[in-house]
Design a protein around this ligand. Structure first.
Ligand code: PLP
Length: 392
């Protein structure tokens, strides 16, 4: 009886919802409607809205550090094949772990693969902030640290700002107090794009990892001029308490396929990924694309060349317009707008169909722009003097 009632109420709810959708006056408009089971407002989006999987035509999307040159042709073919087995849970993770392990001279047990590097990064943050704080620079990619620590007793402790926006490793080391469980360094850093001296970072990792876990987020490593020199992965094999996160979202051009990985001591990996946490966050197509792309040197070289070309164009253009970019070895650039407000700049650029990031924390005069297709970068360059004139 109870079941019947519930089903009828649900059916009624479905009809109300369908009715409001049919009455949607404007394509894609969002409506608030009343739930059939109570007075809880529910958001219903127009059923006739065109599904969109990327930026609309004419929009230069330069706000999320994606690589529009992916997926590679080999990744596309692999995905096409893999989705035919979409009814099955993912079984190719051991293969992906094996090729990553081989290249990095670690065992598959050192590797945790998840839905983007965000997933393992968040799981790690959840684990450590039950015990202590995470120490980071004032400005770094802290999204997963915030997500992971949200319901825990400990959170993020930040270093003081530095004048040149670099990460002060000496001060970081000195700040490792007993309540710090992990230190987190994004290298190259986001949003600054700055890369630390590999020699200094290696020394820091060796010393700091005696006091706390050291996490190096290397999402943009492959875009630097010397990825092998800049990575801290070898320290893991040498037995240091170092964790490295990497992703398929950047140079591999697979941000929407959600695959990333973490390399660490197998004991730590098993602690943060019990009950198959990693595998359950994955999907057939993403794993297939990652396997197909990982050693696709031709595509990786092409991606990097295009990113460097776009980066050079951006740097020249912002300088010509009197702005100061930070040096970057990534697919984005942090630009000092002088006295101009970065949110105002973002809004005006959006009117020109160019999407860039708004303000970070209290860095109100800094604007981050990603590299994109060359045509997108040209659109940014064309809009730049117009917008600067408008808001100056
Ligand atoms: C430094 C850094 N780490 C990690 C990520 C997470 O990316 P994903 O979850 O797509 O691997 C990002 C995304 O922009 C990032 O900038």
């Amino acid at each position: 009886m109870k079941n019947k009632f519930t089903r009828r109420a649900l059916l009624k709810g479905a009809l109300i919802t369908a009715g409001s959708v049919a009455a949607a006056p404007i394509l894609g408009q969002t409506h608030r409607t009343q739930s059939a089971v109570g007075a809880i407002p529910r958001v219903v989006t127009g059923a006739s809205q065109k599904v969109s999987y990327g930026p609309s035509m004419g929009i230069a999307k330069l706000n999320a550090n994606e690589n529009p040159y992916g997926p590679s042709p080999m990744a596309l073919r692999a995905m096409e094949e893999a989705i035919k087995s979409g009814s099955y849970y993912v079984s190719a993770v051991p293969k992906l772990k094996a090729i990553i392990a081989e290249r990095n001279n670690v065992t598959p047990e050192h590797i945790l693969i998840g839905s983007g590097s965000s997933a393992p990064l968040q799981w790690l943050a959840t684990k450590v902030t039950r015990k202590g704080h995470i120490l980071g620079p004032d400005l770094f990619w802290d999204t997963t640290t915030k997500m992971g620590s949200a319901n825990n007793d400990y959170g993020i402790k930040r270093l003081a700002k530095t004048k040149d926006l670099s990460i002060d490793l000496t001060s970081m080391y000195n700040k490792i107090s007993p309540d710090i469980e992990m230190v987190q360094v994004t290298n190259p850093n986001n949003p600054t794009g700055l890369t630390l001296s590999p020699k200094d970072l290696r020394l820091f990792c060796k010393k700091a990892s005696k006091k706390a876990i050291v996490l190096i987020d290397e999402a943009y490593n492959e875009l630097t001029s010397n990825p092998d020199e800049n990575t801290m992965i070898p320290l893991i094999n040498e037995g240091y308490n170092v964790v490295v996160a990497r992703t398929f979202s950047k140079i591999y051009g697979l941000a929407g396929m959600r695959v990333g990985y973490m390399i660490a001591d197998p004991e730590l990996i098993s602690k943060i990924s019990s009950f198959g946490l990693g595998d359950y966050s994955l999907n057939q197509a993403g794993v297939a694309a990652a396997i197909a792309s990982y050693n696709d040197e031709k595509f990786l070289r092409y991606s990097k060349e295009k990113i460097v070309e776009a980066r050079d164009m951006l740097r020249d253009a912002v300088k010509e317009n009197g702005l100061k970019p930070l040096p970057t070895s990534t697919n984005f650039m942090f630009v000092d707008l002088g006295s101009l407000n970065a949110e105002e700049f973002r809004k005006e650029m959006e009117k020109e169909k160019v999407l860039v990031r708004g303000i970070y924390q209290d860095y109100v005069n800094w604007s981050r722009v990603s590299t994109g297709k060359i045509a997108d970068v040209k659109q940014y360059i064309k809009a730049l003097p117009k917008v600067l004139d408008k808001i100056s």
